[in-house]
Every structure is written in structure tokens, then in C-alpha cells.
Design a protein. Structure first.
Length: 85
């Protein structure tokens, strides 16, 4: 995929994942970074299960990146945003 495609898929997936996990966006830059990292994580996981990873700007790639972004966002919140008891 081209850099522009990674950014578009990353923005969409990161935005959707941040809305699902914590009901607010993380900000434009963090949503893009989250989505791109999520696409890599999702692609790795999907390859481990015998499916292809992100392949371009399409629904399947956004789904793969979304799943990876949700995982990355959950880990991010567990590590960096601990709430006081």
C-alpha cells in the first residue's frame, strides 16, 4: 500500500476504534498513528490465522486495521492511563 493509503485506512480505523473503546477520539494525529499501528498488528494477527492483512483502501483492510487498532488502544489504555482506585 502507498503511504497515502496507509494514512487514510489508519485514520478511519483509528477514529472508529477510539470511538468504540473510549467514546471520544484521541485526536487526529494519534488516531492516524493508532490506525497505522493497528493495521500492522491486525495484519500480523490475520496472517497468523491464514488470512491476508491490509491490502489497500477497502472495507476488508479497514476491518483488519480496526481490529488491530482496538487491540492496540486497549493495551495503550492499560499501560498509560491507569485510573486511581
Amino acid at each position: 500500500m502507498s503511504i497515502l493509503a496507509w494514512l487514510v485506512v489508519g485514520l478511519i480505523a483509528g477514529f472508529l476504534a477510539s470511538k468504540v473503546v473510549n467514546k471520544t477520539g484521541e485526536g487526529l494525529v494519534l488516531d492516524i498513528v493508532l490506525g497505522v499501528v493497528g493495521a500492522m498488528v491486525g495484519g500480523f494477527l490475520f496472517n497468523q490465522f491464514g488470512h491476508s492483512g491490509a491490502t489497500g483502501i477497502n472495507i476488508y483492510s479497514i476491518f483488519v486495521a480496526f481490529i488491530g487498532s482496538v487491540i492496540v488502544l486497549l493495551v495503550y489504555h492499560m499501560v498509560f492511563r491507569r485510573r486511581a482506585l
